[in-house]
Design a protein. Structure first.
Ligand SMILES: [Zn+2]
Length: 300
């Protein structure tokens, strides 16, 4: 732990003790606290940017404070990408709700509710594993705080594109550290690809039924858009007056959505075929428990 980190941990701990006092302005509402109690989260910690709830049997306040250093970096990175005027003014509420696999065996996935609360789970025993899924969810929290929320296809793709920008290690779902070229490209090579136009038009249904394909294909497509015109072209669309439609793609990229998709498919498959050991890497990727647990649509 560096000196700066120790100092910041101490500041965070001071806030923990202050929070108990009456009349102290906090980032949390009564509803946030009620939600934390309902989930059995008994620890609270506030920093400049976050109000975090967790189970004290799971980690110490110092461990939570360490985790928040990573989230602070993501917060700063997202703020740089979207601009200070779209950065939340109040603290983002984070609920650390245990392992992704509940005691009854069902899987739970990180998400952000309509009020902008971030629910994080971990998929390995170590406490810092909560950070793995955090960058993508924080982008959603920024969007909610700024009053923006368009279609599922757009929100998920945009969150993934910005997350890749601020967390280049790509350690979260759906890549888990594997190159996107292999993680998404093998779907085309193995003929398990769900047409992206369908993912876009039937997002609510396919995002659940074909979760793995929907997330991978969307992430790879938005990565392609970033490579074409940079992240700021996406930001311009994301904070425009409405859900980006065909005319918006044409205006920003000079091509229709369909033309963009076919260009992307060709490039992804070409890059996959040029990757050494792509097949073997793809087989290992698909065998990862966190991947194998996701819903997947078989080809017709
Ligand atoms: Zn998401």
């Amino acid at each position: 732990m560096t000196g700066a980190r120790i100092a910041r941990s101490a500041a965070a701990l001071l806030l923990v003790s202050l929070w108990a006092g009456p009349g102290i302005a906090t980032g949390q509402s009564e509803a946030d606290r009620a939600e934390a109690v309902a989930l059995g989260l008994d620890g609270t910690l506030e920093t400049e940017r976050f109000a975090v709830f967790w189970r004290t049997e799971e980690a110490s306040a110092a461990q939570v404070s360490d985790l928040l250093q990573t989230l602070d970096d993501y917060h700063a990175g997202i703020s740089t990408v979207v601009g200070p005027e779209r950065t939340p003014q109040r603290r983002i509420v984070i609920l650390l709700d245990g392992h992704g696999q509940a005691p009854d065996g069902t899987w739970r996935f990180p998400h952000v509710d309509r009020t902008g609360r971030v629910y994080l789970y971990r998929y390995s025993p170590e406490f810092p594993a909560y950070a793995v899924e955090a960058a993508h969810e924080l982008v959603h929290a920024f969007r909610r705080a700024a009053g923006f929320w368009y279609s599922g296809f757009w929100e998920e793709g945009f969150a993934e594109a910005v997350a890749m920008n601020v967390d280049p290690g790509d350690v979260g779902f759906p890549r888990y550290g594997y190159p996107l070229t292999v993680a998404a490209g093998h779907l085309l090579a193995w003929e398990q690809y769900v047409p992206l136009a369908e993912v876009r038009s039937r997002h609510r249904q396919l995002g659940r039924q074909c979760q793995l394909q929907a997330y991978l294909e969307r992430a790879a497509f938005f990565d392609y858009l970033v490579r074409l015109q940079g992240i700021h072209a996406l930001v311009e669309l994301a904070y425009g007056p409405g859900n980006p439609g065909d005319e918006d793609y044409a205006r920003v990229y000079g091509k229709s959505f369909e033309e963009l998709v076919s260009g992307w498919e060709i490039q992804l498959l070409t890059e996959y075929r040029a990757t050494p050991d792509a097949e073997e890497t793809a087989r290992r990727y698909r065998a990862e428990p966190a991947i194998a647990s996701r819903t997947f649509c078989e080809a017709d």
